[in-house]
Design a protein around this ligand. Structure first.
Ligand code: CP
Ligand code: NVA
Length: 313
């Protein structure tokens, strides 16, 4: 099979999985899986030769920063790493001015921001694809890697029972969007006050997403094929540490939870993990954990995204 091409994605932004059609979502997954298999078989196409992306980070990153850089190199291109300290965007100069400069030099921009509106502003002004490398609202590239891992583990996505246990912010919201495309049955357990954005939930349900919200995390885990958690205190929320630790008491996933999963059920986490809060180290290093498969897939998911958005006609 040739590398799957999704014509409608060329030149587009990727700010949210909700901006994709379901065939585009599956096309991204299939091309990422193709590129992973190809890389492992030492088949190494270089469709992005001579292309460059700029990477802008307002927040820290290990996986996203490394894998976008490596993905560009593996596809024949390059990346330029920028950070708030280097460019001072919104302070030293406006986001619009940054966009109008960068678009003259690079073929795409990947940005990690606090406010999602910053990404939207960048995308509005930049005449090259803008990719969301995590905002306070969403983390679409993470979910592409995660759904690759689910596809590899279970062979099929539709009907899988996914339990997300934790804060309803960026990673959870992208779970909602992914479930709408993939036909997974998503149960979210979060304390009152930490629900996902109701507009994202409503839009996903309009598209047929099967999403349930419960308050008991053990109930969510019951019979789940995938039990997924994320930090209680996201980047930028450090001042709320005590309030959040109290709110999420009882949400610490450890291997004793795994008995409640379906017989093939797996544990997932986007990382970094705050051990002793949302999960224990034993859960991450447990035989039923696919956490490092998710991390591995970040590389190949970025390649799928970069290929589809930045490729030549
Ligand atoms: N999961 C994830 O996005 O990791 P980083 O914050 O290290 O990029
Ligand atoms: N929810 C976490 C995800 C990190 C990849 C955060 O925003 O910090």
């Amino acid at each position: 099979m040739d590398l799957p091409i999704v014509d409608s994605l060329r030149g587009r932004d990727l700010l949210s999985l909700a901006d994709l059609t379901t065939p585009e979502f599956h096309g991204l997954l299939q091309s990422s899986l193709w590129l992973k298999r190809a890389w492992k078989a030492k088949v190494r196409p270089r469709p992005l030769e001579h292309k460059t992306i700029a990477m802008i980070f307002e927040k820290q990153s290990l996986r996203t920063r490394s894998t976008f850089d490596i993905a560009m190199v593996q596809l024949g291109g390059h990346s330029v790493l920028l950070s708030q300290n280097y460019i001072g965007w919104g302070v030293r100069e406006t986001i619009k001015d940054v966009a109008y400069n960068l678009e003259r030099w690079v073929d795409g921009i990947m940005a990690r921001t606090y406010g999602h509106g910053t990404l939207e502003e960048l995308a509005l002004h930049a005449d090259v694809p803008v990719i969301n490398g995590l905002s306070d609202a969403l983390h679409p590239c993470q979910l592409l890697a995660d759904y690759m891992a689910l596809q590899e583990t279970f062979g099929e996505l539709a009907g899988l029972k996914v339990a997300f246990v934790g804060d309803g912010n960026n990673v959870c919201a992208s779970h909602v969007n992914a479930a709408a495309h993939a036909g997974t049955r998503l149960t979210i357990a979060c304390p009152e006050g930490f629900d996902p954005d109701p507009r994202i939930l409503a839009a996903a349900r309009d598209r047929g997403a099967d999403v349930t919200i419960v308050r008991d995390p053990r109930e969510a885990a019951e019979g789940a094929d995938a039990l997924y958690t994320d930090v209680w205190i996201s980047m930028g929320q450090e001042e709320e540490t005590e309030r959040r630790r109290e709110a999420f008491a009882g949400y610490t996933v450890d291997p004793s939870w795994f008995d409640a999963l379906s017989p093939r059920g797996v544990f997932m986490h986007d990382l970094p993990a705050h051990y002793g809060e949302e999960c224990t180290e034993e859960a991450v290093y447990h035989p039923r954990s696919i956490v490092f498969e998710q991390a591995e897939n970040r590389l190949h998911a970025q390649k799928g995204v970069l290929f589809q958005l930045l490729r030549d006609a």
